[in-house]
Ligand binder design. Structure first.
Ligand SMILES: Nc1ncnc2c1ncn2[C@@H]1O[C@H](COP(=O)(O)OP(=O)(O)OP(=O)(O)O)[C@@H](O)[C@H]1O
Ligand SMILES: [Mg+2]
Length: 360
C-alpha cells in the first residue's frame, strides 16, 4: 500500500504551470527520487507534500489521511513530514544541540527524552561531540548533517530532501550519497529525494520519477530508466546515449525487429512494449558501453567501423566511431589499448539496440 499518494497535482503561478497533473505513489520505507532538469517542478511538488505550498488542484494523502484536497489543507506541522533544504537552513545563532532539539521542544517532549533522542540523532549522522558548537562554527558538510539530524529526530512519517548535497564538493557529495542511503535504510523512513543529478538519483534510489516541464515522463527502477527509456528526453537525461534515426523495416514475433539506420547500417533491435508498425520512422538508443569490439566474431549486428578519436578516461576509453556515414560514441575498456585511426569490427547485442518512441 502506498504511504504517500499524490493525485493529479497542479500548481500554477499566474500563467506558469509549475506542476501539471502529477500523480504517483510511494510505498512504506521506499527511497524515491524526483529527477529532472531545472524548472521542471520538483521543488514545487515536494513543497506541496510538506504543506509549504498550496496546490491549485489535486489531492495528497499520507498514511491514508488526506492532507491536501482543493482548499482543504492540513498545516505543515501536523503532517508528520520533515524536509531537508539545499541551503540546510541551520540556525547560526543556535548550538547544534538546540538546532536538532527544536522540533522535539515544539512537541513538548520531556527534557530527558530530548537529551537521549538528540544524542542518538547526532550519533547517526556522525556528529557526536559537536552538540555545543554554534551553526557558524560548522563546515558545509557538517551543517548538512545537522539538517539531516534535525529532520530525523522527530521520527517523521516522511523525509523530504531537496537537493541536500548540491552545495558540497564532489568528494564529500559522493560520500554523503552513500551515508544518506545507509541512514535511510537503518531508519526505514519513507524518503523522497529531489535532484537534477542523474547519477545521484541512480545510485541512491529504489525508484526514480523522471519529470520534464511539470509532468512525469517515466517512472521505474534506475535500471528500467537506463535500459528502457520511454522517450527521447528520458534516453538523453539518464546516462549518455547515441540516438540514431531510422526506419523499422520488419517486426518479428520474438520481440525484435530490423531497423535500417540513416547512414546505411542495419541492426536487429529490441522492440518496446507497444511496438511501432513496420515501415515507420523510429529512434534507436545505443549506450556507448553497449558497443563492443567484435574480435573474430561475425554475424548478427557485426559491422566494420573506423575509430576516429580516443579519449582516455581512466578505466575506459571514450571513442568517436564512424560506420558508413554514421557517427557515434563507443566506450571500450582501457586494456583494449584502442588507438585513433584503427579499423575495427564492432558488435552491438540486439538487446542493447533500444527502440524509443520519437517524442519528448
Ligand atoms: N513562487 C513562484 N512564483 C512564480 N513561479 C514560480 C515560483 N516557484 C517556482 N516557480 C516556477 O515554477 C517552475 C518550477 O519550479 P521548481 O522550483 O519546482 O523547479 P525545480 O524542478 O525544483 O528546479 P531546480 O532544479 O532549478 O530547483 C519554474 O518555472 C519556476 O520558475
Ligand atoms: Mg528545486
Amino acid at each position: 500500500m502506498a504511504q504517500l499518494k499524490v493525485e493529479n497535482l497542479v500548481v500554477r503561478y499566474g500563467d506558469v504551470v509549475a506542476v501539471d497533473g502529477v500523480s504517483f505513489g510511494v510505498g512504506e520505507g521506499e527511497f524515491v527520487s524526483l529527477l529532472g532538469p531545472s524548472g521542471c517542478g520538483k521543488t514545487t511538488t515536494l513543497r506541496c507534500i510538506a504543506g509549504l505550498e498550496s496546490a491549485s488542484g489535486g489531492r495528497i494523502e499520507i498514511d491514508g489521511q488526506v492532507v491536501a484536497d482543493g482548499p482543504r489543507e492540513v498545516p505543515p506541522n501536523l503532517r508528520g513530514v520533515n524536509m531537508v533544504f539545499q541551503s540546510y537552513a541551520v540556525w547560526p545563532h543556535m548550538t547544534v544541540f538546540d538546532n536538532v532539539a527544536y522540533g522535539l521542544r515544539t512537541q513538548r517532549v520531556s527534557r530527558a527524552e530530548i537529551q537521549t533522542r538528540v544524542a542518538e540523532a547526532l550519533r547517526l549522522v556522525g556528529l557526536t561531540g559537536f552538540a555545543e558548537r554554534f551553526g557558524t562554527e560548522l563546515s558545509g558538510g557538517q551543517q548538512q548533517r545537522v539538517a539531516v539530524a534535525r529532520a530525523v529526530v522527530t521520527a517523521p512519517r516522511l523525509l523530504l530532501f531537496d537537493e541536500p548535497l548540491s552545495n558540497l564538493d564532489a568528494g564529500l557529495r559522493e560520500r554523503m550519497r552513500f551515508e544518506l542511503v545507509e541512514l535511510q535504510r537503518r531508519l526505514g523512513r519513507t524518503s523522497i529525494y529531489v535532484t537534477h543529478d542523474q547519477s545521484e538519483a541512480m545510485v541512491m534510489s529504489d525508484r526514480i520519477i523522471l519529470m520534464h516541464k511539470g509532468r512525469i515522463v517515466q517512472e521505474g527502477t534506475p535500471q528500467d530508466l537506463y535500459e528502457r527509456p520511454s522517450c527521447r528526453f528520458a534516453a538523453e537525461f539518464v546516462g549518455s546515449a547515441n540516438l540514431l534515426s531510422g526506419v523499422l523495416e520488419s517486426v518479428s514475433a520474438d520481440g525484435f525487429g530490423m531497423v535500417a539506420l540513416q547512414g546505411g547500417l542495419r541492426l536487429r533491435a529490441r522492440l518496446p512494449g507497444h511496438a511501432p508498425a513496420a515501415g515507420l520512422a523510429v529512434l534507436v538508443c545505443i549506450r556507448p558501453e553497449s558497443v563492443q569490439l567484435a574480435g573474430q566474431a561475425s554475424g548478427e549486428n557485426v559491422f566494420p567501423a573506423h575509430v576516429s578519436r580516443v579519449s582516455y578516461l581512466g578505466g575506459v576509453l571514450n571513442c568517436a566511431v564512424r560506420a558508413g556515414s554514421l557517427d557515434f560514441r563507443a566506450e571500450f575498456p582501457a586494456h583494449s589499448r584502442m588507438q585513433a585511426g584503427t579499423d575495427v569490427d564492432l558488435r552491438i547485442a540486439p538487446d542493447n539496440v533500444i527502440i524509443v518512441p520519437d517524442s519528448d
